[in-house]
Ligand binder design. Structure first.
Ligand SMILES: Cc1ncc(COP(=O)(O)O)c(C=O)c1O
Length: 418
């Protein structure tokens, strides 16, 4: 059973009726199905016949409850900033559960990560490696690292979330692998633990993974042959999800089989860092229709959510299904632009979308918003960030309170000379 579906023509998330949920909670808000996240984690984990460790990439959704839920499942956490380390620890992660990825780590962040005894730091440059050594030395410890390799593989995804091509800012060019591992091996406060790669996000074919992972396999073989101990390979995240029913995404099993076929007999620990895959389809953005406006060219459904709450459609041109809360309104051939109230034409959720007729006051649900949704929200137009709700079976809790305008202004002051 799908945790998000119509029952008696009423949209439900698990056993909660969305109309009722929106009667008692101010729209717009995000809500997530716990069951959906658990199903994704279990489905992915059990697809492997080999030992594997999942490190949830919390950048996709960093609410403390979501992190805690996945920690409870046995997941580790992949972080990309000092702030994410702090959140992960607040959610209950220990240093050993954390892998620290991401380019441009500051000395303060590295210091915090090393003091927090993170399991591994994925290194993005030679100078970062030297700084990690220096900071580890000052703290009197030896830090586990993996070098992130840039395999120059086109993940064939959106240009803004492609990370494994030579022209991208990420990782070490693979021709340079041997020399950087040699440098790492000579540093006293560095322990070479593994190697890592991440070629992008929302990847919908196995081909780029196969290419990148095969390159990684060859690199590992070579590094081992010249005496480096490579204990683990971190294959990053990136497997896509279907945002529409038509998309043809590789299954967990196909993805697992690919990894097994390359690393199954390599005597190496395998880590993966999925983000989107675990949480994207767990989430709905619930919003209310505030106006319906017809011009000579279009009919606009104007809702109370906006691009500051959910920026993916305008940032990546992403498609999200939009569902009416009641499924028995009859079909309509009319198309609408579903837009928010912000003073930018880019403030839209869908264009030329066929919808059942809705009217002012109707509630609608934007689907598949659990990943890269609330985490990318802002306060643009002084719109306070909205609440997040976690649903489990027939109960729910608010896992982030709606921010108030007074909280937005709190950190500001009027200059004394004004
Ligand atoms: C280093 C790293 N690991 C994992 C991920 C998670 O990617 P996704 O959410 O596509 O699985 C990202 C996101 O781009 C990333 O930068």
């Amino acid at each position: 059973m799908n945790p998000i579906e119509y029952k008696n023509n009423q949209l439900h998330i698990e056993k909660i009726n969305i109309q009722e949920l929106s009667n008692s909670n101010q729209t717009p808000f995000y809500c997530y199905s716990e069951e959906s996240i658990i199903n994704q984690y279990d489905g992915l984990y059990s697809a492997f016949d080999m030992d594997i460790k999942i490190f949830y990439a919390m950048k996709a959704n960093s609410n403390l409850s979501i992190i805690k839920l996945l920690l409870n499942k046995g997941s580790g956490i992949d972080v990309v900033s000092g702030g994410e380390i702090e959140r992960a620890i607040r959610a209950g992660a220990k240093g050993k559960d954390i892998i620290y990825s991401g380019i441009g780590k500051t000395d303060e962040e590295l210091n915090y990560a090393i003091e927090s005894k993170v399991h591994c730091i994925n290194v993005e440059s030679q100078s970062e490696l030297i700084r990690i050594n220096d900071i580890s030395k000052s703290l009197g410890v030896k830090q586990n690292i993996a070098i992130r390799i840039n395999p120059d593989v086109d993940a064939k995804t959106h240009i803004k979330i492609t990370t494994g091509m030579a022209e991208n800012k990420f990782g070490i060019e693979y021709d340079y692998t041997e020399s950087i591992y040699k440098i790492a091996a000579d540093l006293k406060n560095i322990n070479i633990a593994g190697i890592s790669v991440h070629i992008g996000s929302q990847i919908t074919s196995l081909k780029p993974f196969k290419k990148a992972y095969t390159i990684m396999y060859d690199i590992i073989k070579n590094l081992r042959s010249i005496g480096h101990k490579i204990d683990h390979v971190d294959l990053g995240g990136g497997l896509g999800v279907s945002y529409t029913t038509e998309e043809n995404i590789p299954t967990f099993k196909e993805y697992a089989n690919l990894i097994q076929s390359i690393f199954g007999n390599a005597d190496i620990k395998v880590y993966i860092e999925p983000g989107r895959l675990l949480v994207a389809n767990s989430g709905l953005l619930i919003t209310k229709v505030t106006d319906v406006k017809t011009t000579t060219q279009k009919t606009f459904i104007i809702v109370d959510a906006a691009m500051n709450d959910f920026i993916r459609p305008t940032l990546y041109g992403s498609y999200h299904e939009i569902l009416p809360i009641k499924n028995n309104l009859g079909t309509s051939n009319k198309v609408y632009d579903i837009v928010g109230p912000i003073c930018e034409t880019g403030d839209y959720f869908a264009k030329n979308r066929k919808m059942n007729s809705v009217k002012i006051g109707s509630i609608i649900a934007i689907k598949s918003v659990g990943a890269y949704g609330s985490v990318q929200s802002s306060n643009y137009n002084s719109r306070p960030q909205i609440a997040e709700i976690l649903v489990k079976d027939d109960k729910y809790e608010i896992i982030r309170e709606r921010v108030e305008v007074k909280d937005l202004i709190k950190q500001e002051k009027i200059a004394t000379w004004l």
